[in-house]
Design a protein around this ligand. Structure first.
Ligand SMILES: [Ca+2]
Length: 368
């Protein structure tokens, strides 16, 4: 899919959304040009404690920036709703965070509760072998199945993959209408380091079996926005202070609610998940390769442990997926200045290849 879209200043996302804009877009009949999308998300905007039994600080807020980026591009995306999964925090507080965030932004997307617990590994069974599938098919999974019956759908998978795994297992006919999953997951195999600190591939590691089920039980087009690309830009605390003191009530809320996380993260708040939406809007910001993967699946864990690994590479075998890496057009401009601009599709390409990539010559423009 090739986007003909004007780059959207991230810092201006919230000022640019008005209730009238959204209602106008929402009332339109899907005309085939807009992409019907659902977010499978662990939306934590504004939650400052409670994560992982209270052991972690303010929740990441990047899910909100992904949703806002799609909402700000309502000419491109028909957002059908948000399915809230556990992940950054437990599910129910995140459900409230999403409801409050969308209310403050005056966005009317449905918010539906999804998974509260990961798949155990192996799946929990009774003593007599009886399975326990009842909590897997939750309201969020049924919502996705209903939307898939109405037409093709792309899912931005920006939380654990539990609900998507449950969907392909229990609604295989509906799942055939899943056009694409654009996921925030994966790496080249090096330890993930952020600000000198090891970090987990969280969407994968908190339910590693779910990703294995999803990839093994479906052939849905799967795009992995890898850590190497998603961790390349940050929104600084001063930029968020500017948003928090701006003219838009919704913008002020998002700015204020983002600051606790941004001030605790070296370099500022990293909008990891927003890359999934930006991938469809600005494919020239990235380079892609068709690859395989290896999965090492242990127990669900939020720790950056080698027990769970999702390694993507062009020479790895198995089910083929697409992976996005930093492109020749640098994405470090995603939010590296006060302008906080995304790279232009018309930016002149550099003649030298970006930093070394194991994909080598097999890198291709993502728009192809
Ligand atoms: Ca997320």
């Amino acid at each position: 899919m090739v986007a003909e879209n004007t780059p959207m200043p991230l810092s201006g996302l919230y000022q640019d959304i008005s209730p009238s804009d959204y209602r106008e877009a929402d009332d339109r009949t899907s005309d085939g040009e807009r992409t019907r999308v659902i977010f499978s998300t662990d939306f934590g905007l504004g939650l400052i404690n409670g994560r992982f039994g209270g052991e972690a600080g303010p929740a990441p807020v990047d899910d909100a920036y992904a949703v806002a980026l799609a909402a700000a591009n309502s000419d491109r995306f028909d957002v059908r709703g948000l399915v809230i999964t556990f992940g950054n925090d437990v599910m129910l507080p995140q459900l409230r965070a999403a409801e409050r965030g969308l209310h403050e932004l005056e966005l009317g997307f449905p918010v539906v509760p999804g998974a509260q617990v990961p798949f155990s590994n192996p799946p929990v069974q009774f003593f007599d072998g009886r399975q326990l599938p009842d909590w897997c098919v939750n309201d969020g999974v049924r919502f996705m199945a209903d939307e898939l019956r109405e037409g093709p759908l792309t899912v931005f998978a920006i939380g654990p993959f539990t609900d998507l795994a449950c969907l392909v297992q229990n609604f295989p006919i509906e799942a055939r209408n899943l056009e694409k999953i654009v996921a925030l997951a994966g790496g080249h195999g090096e330890p993930l380091i952020l600000g000198g600190t090891p970090v987990p591939d969280l969407n994968f590691t908190v339910d590693p079996l779910a990703l294995k089920i999803l990839l093994a039980h479906s052939d849905i087009s799967f795009v992995a926005m890898m850590f190497e690309v998603s961790s390349t830009a940050a929104i600084s605390a001063p930029q968020l202070h500017g948003l928090a003191s701006g003219p838009s009530p919704g913008g002020r809320y998002v700015g204020e609610a983002s600051l606790p996380n941004a001030t605790e993260t070296p370099g500022g708040m990293i909008p990891f998940d927003a890359h999934t939406v930006n991938y469809l809007l600005n494919p020239d910001a990235y380079k892609c390769f068709d690859g395989g993967f290896t999965l090492e699946v242990g127990q669900p864990s939020p720790d950056p442990t080698p027990q769970n690994q999702f390694v993507v590479g062009p020479s790895l075998g198995g089910r083929a997926i697409v992976a996005a890496t930093p492109g020749r057009v640098s994405i470090s401009r995603l939010c590296s200045s006060n302008e906080c601009s995304l790279p232009s599709r018309k930016a002149p390409p550099r003649t030298t290849r970006s930093r070394a990539s194991p994909a080598g010559d097999r890198l291709r423009p993502c728009a192809q």
